[in-house]
Design a protein around this ligand. Structure first.
Ligand code: UD1
Ligand code: UDP
Length: 382
């Protein structure tokens, strides 16, 4: 019997981390052929994830350019996908989240009249330019998708309010599934500085920052705030794996390059990152993925953005919006460093984003929707 062909399309680090457990879950289902098409929007950072999760791409569009523009990512993906879809004729395309790969992948599927499943659907800020271009990418993908895999009830409600076409399932976020295999109490770091740091005597802040809408002044403010808050606290160390984007690296190295106890390192593999978060004092980030992962590990998160499409951790009390103004970031991080009660209030593990079984629900939903199984998945609830 011909198997049902599901092609997962992704291209950046976070999409790969969150799609890896799903690609494997689908491959384990006897009625499904699980295929992988990577756009290569990220090169080194994608390779690292593929190696960790031992994933092989069936197709690689290899589109990355230095200083790439939104137009080049989008056009090169659509052009590349044309050949792939003609060759392979999948029965369903899965895209993830809100990157340019996500948008162009869904659009290509639509042009070929192939159904689209959207993993991590329904996140919204309702601000067209923030995050940019992600908010518009995910809104447009919601319009094109037939199956919407919303991580949380709030995400599903957003889609229902918008009267989106297609079926909506509340599945949990696959990021939490990925963490089931990466986080280990006996994990030994391979990155030199992470091995040397004594997490029992030093308070380590895990920092990441890369968003396009933070380029320029907001990112400079963030870097200066880090410099301010570390200067009079000798037991605090900052570990910042700096994204490979030239704009980000220029800013980070020019302001924090020679600051004592700030460790600027290359991006680390996902096992290193998850285990760093599991051992750190707190997380400061503008990343989407870190906002989901840190609460599950009981680490307070200061979100270095003006708004967030992930309000669940804020509501649960483990994340706070610190904005992009230097003085506010310093004030909020100082509170967490100097007031044990404020810290204790935020440092508790919660799982608003998933229970580690999102991929099973998504695979089951696909089988049910396409008549391969009679069993509909139950919604995730925390
Ligand atoms: C992209 C996504 C963003 C996501 C982020 C995750 C878009 C528009 N943006 O942003 O939603 O949060 O990925 O990290 O889809 N580079 C390398 N090697 C790599 C990766 C990147 O050299 O492995 C450099 C290249 O010079 C590239 C630049 O980084 O041109 C920017 O990459 P790009 O994918 O355009 O943007 P991100 O900021 O990574
Ligand atoms: N991450 C990683 N290595 C790093 C920094 C981040 O593996 O050096 C992981 C992180 O744990 C999360 C994902 O990458 O799973 C987040 O990716 P990113 O911040 O690039 O994108 P976003 O989540 O903001 O879209």
């Amino acid at each position: 019997m011909r198997k049902f062909k599901v092609m997962s399309v992704f291209g950046t680090r976070p999409e790969a981390i969150k799609m890896a457990p799903l690609v494997r879950e689908l491959a384990a289902r006897p009625q499904i052929e699980s295929l992988c098409c990577v756009t290569g929007q990220h090169r080194e950072m994608l390779r690292s994830v593929m190696e960790t999760f031992q994933l092989q791409a069936n197709y690689d569009l290899d589109i990355m350019e230095p200083q790439q523009t939104l137009t080049s990512i989008t056009t090169k993906t659509i052009q590349g996908m044309d050949n792939v879809l003609e060759q392979c004729s999948p029965d369903l395309i899965l895209v993830h989240g809100d990157t340019s790969t996500t948008f162009a992948g869904a659009l290509s599927a639509f042009y070929h009249k192939i159904p689209v499943g959207h993993v991590e659907a329904g996140l919204r800020t309702y601000d067209k330019y923030s995050p940019y271009p992600e908010e518009m990418n995910r809104v447009l993908v919601s319009d094109m998708a037939d199956l919407h895999f919303a991580p949380t009830k709030t995400n599903a409600e957003n889609l229902r309010r918008e009267a989106i076409r297609g079926r909506i399932f509340v599945t949990g976020n696959t990021a939490i599934d990925a963490m089931r295999t990466t986080v280990r109490s006996d994990y030994r770091f391979t990155t030199d500085i992470l091995n040397r740091l004594d997490f029992r005597t030093r308070r380590v802040i895990a920092l990441t920052c890369h968003r396009r809408e933070n380029y320029g002044r907001p990112m400079e403010n963030i870097m200066r705030a880090i410099r301010d808050l570390i200067s009079n606290r000798p037991d605090v160390e900052v570990v910042y794996p700096v994204h490979l984007s030239p704009r980000v690296r220029e800013c980070a190295f020019s302001i924090l390059g020679h600051v004592e106890r700030v460790h600027l390192i290359d991006p680390v593999n996902v096992e290193e990152m998850h285990n760093l978060m599991a051992r750190c004092y707190m997380v400061m980030t503008d990343s989407g993925g870190l906002q989901e992962e840190a609460p599950a590990l009981g680490r307070p998160v200061l979100v270095l953005r003006r708004e967030t499409e992930r309000p669940e951790a804020v509501a649960a009390g483990t994340a706070r919006l610190a904005g992009v103004e230097r003085s506010k970031i310093v004030a909020m991080s100082s509170e967490l460093l100097d007031d044990p009660r404020a810290y204790a209030k935020m440092a508790h593990a919660v799982n608003p984003y998933g229970d580690g079984h999102a991929c099973q629900r998504i695979a089951q939903a696909i089988e049910w929707h396409f008549g391969l199984s009679q069993t509909m998945p139950e919604d995730f609830s925390p």
